[in-house]
Design a binder for this molecule. Structure first.
Ligand SMILES: *Cc1c(COP(=O)(O)O)cnc(C)c1O
Length: 431
């Protein structure tokens, strides 16, 4: 499609957008009395209007039923979390039995590593990507130290090449080959939080298995953003947060995936609690742990229902729309944003550099833009004008036009504000 950087053209794309009505189902903050242009759905997704109703339902049931709500609430609390598995399984490409929702992301990855990081003999190393999300780095370091190893030796980082922004698949595969039978676990962020690069999870998972390692993925930036086929790719385990593309609210509960070949194993190393025991006998309070026959066996505590409620509200929207429609719009709106950025870059002779891969297979919703010579002042200008982006050192803004609620006109309008900001800044400098 031949794009144009005009309001009319952007409006035409909006008219043709089959998801356009969903914008109204989310609540946008306002700056200067106007709805913002929201680019940070990769950090905290907007609130679906339906979330309030789901939370109110729990609050009302709690007020009216108190403890009886566990069994007699409109959506009983004792198995409330099980409602999330079906819609989530479609989003991440798994069987419902392979999904559970609990705790938060870093906690879950630690818990899953109890099962999937079991260093033994010469097989004790973990492969991850260089400059992984900080929480993942702390997590991996503390895990290897916990097992008595030195992180400098036991953690092997896949490197980018000098002067390049993204990882090359051949380098990833070479690292896996090199570590070979010393590799106990491969754990990578499936979509890089900084650049937005999407990893070839199918190929990498197979390569990890070929050297005898377990393979897990941190899908904080993957869930609700890209097409995932965790079961088909034979991934061992994965976890994600729900507050980024999944729009379920700040710090909210995390989803987990555990491949079905690990279900029904009584002897698998695992930290256990009563919500992981068989639902049939859970309340008999027996001393012996009988695992749920699915991913729920990794559950520990009774579920935080007030957190599950907005997650469920959001999942119903995903279920209605489906990932395919979201991804189709995502590809178009991200391409349009890329086009607008390049147009503005040429018009004002600026020097942005989009460090996200340009091929649709290797990127999702996010474009990370390196602002050579521009910088933090421009970011602050955008925020003041109601364009919500985020700033990453040394000089990068990340733009994620979430297909659920961002419009093509937002992209056009953003371009105009960006251009104005650059021109004003240039004027200030010359005065
Ligand atoms: C956002 C993000 C996290 C956040 O972890 P929490 O435990 O939810 O605070 C972890 N890993 C990655 C890759 C992320 O992008």
């Amino acid at each position: 499609m031949q794009f144009k950087n005009t309001r009319e053209f952007a409006q035409k794309l909006d008219q043709q957008d089959i998801l356009r009505t969903y914008r109204d189902q989310f609540i946008f903050p306002k700056v200067n009395g106007e709805q913002v242009i929201y680019f940070t759905g990769n950090s905290l997704g907007l609130q679906p209007k339906s979330a309030q109703k789901y939370v109110d339902e729990v609050m009302n049931d709690w007020a009216e039923l108190a403890v009886e709500g566990h069994f007699y609430a409109k959506k009983p609390w004792w198995d409330y979390h099980e409602r999330l598995a079906q819609p989530l399984s479609k989003i991440v490409g798994a069987k419902p039995s392979e999904i559970t929702v609990m705790n938060t992301l870093t906690v879950n990855l630690h818990l899953l590593m109890v099962s999937f990081y079991r260093p033994q003999g010469k097989r004790y190393k973990i492969i991850c990507e260089e400059k992984a999300f900080p929480s993942d780095q702390y997590m991996l370091q503390s895990q290897v130290r916990f097992h008595g190893y030195d992180p400098k030796d036991a953690i092997v980082e896949i490197k980018k090449r000098e002067g390049e922004h993204n990882f090359r698949i051949e380098d990833i595969l070479a690292t896996i080959q090199e570590v070979g039978e010393e590799c106990a676990l491969l754990l990578i962020g499936g979509v890089n939080y900084y650049t937005g690069q999407v990893f070839d999870m199918k190929t990498i998972t197979k390569a990890g298995h070929d050297v005898g390692a377990f393979v897990g993925w941190d899908l904080a930036h993957g869930a609700g953003n890209i097409k995932l086929k965790l079961h088909e790719w034979d991934v061992d385990f994965a976890s994600w947060c729900s507050y980024k593309y999944m729009n379920s609210g700040p710090g909210n509960a995390s989803g987990c995936y555990v491949h079905e070949r690990f279900h029904n194993q009584k002897d698998i190393p695992r930290f256990e609690g009563w919500w992981g025991t068989s639902r049939e006998t859970r309340f008999l309070m027996k001393p012996e742990f009988e695992p749920m026959p699915n991913a729920d066996a990794w559950q520990l505590s009774n579920a935080p229902i007030l957190a599950m409620a907005p997650y469920l509200a959001s999942l119903e929207l995903f279920d209605e729309v489906g990932m395919d429609a979201l991804i189709e719009k995502r590809n178009l709106i991200v391409s349009y944003l890329e086009f607008v950025l390049k147009e503005i870059d040429a018009e004002v002779e600026s020097t942005f550099e989009i460090i996200t891969p340009s091929s649709p297979e290797e990127r999702g919703t996010q474009l990370s833009v390196f602002l050579h010579g521009e910088g933090r002042k421009l970011f602050e200008y955008l925020m003041k004008k109601g364009v919500i982006t985020d700033w990453r050192e040394p000089n990068v803004i990340r733009l994620a036009p979430a297909p659920f609620y961002c419009s093509f006109e937002d992209m056009y309008q953003f371009g105009q504000i960006l251009k104005q900001g650059i021109l004003e800044k240039a004027n200030q400098l010359s005065n």
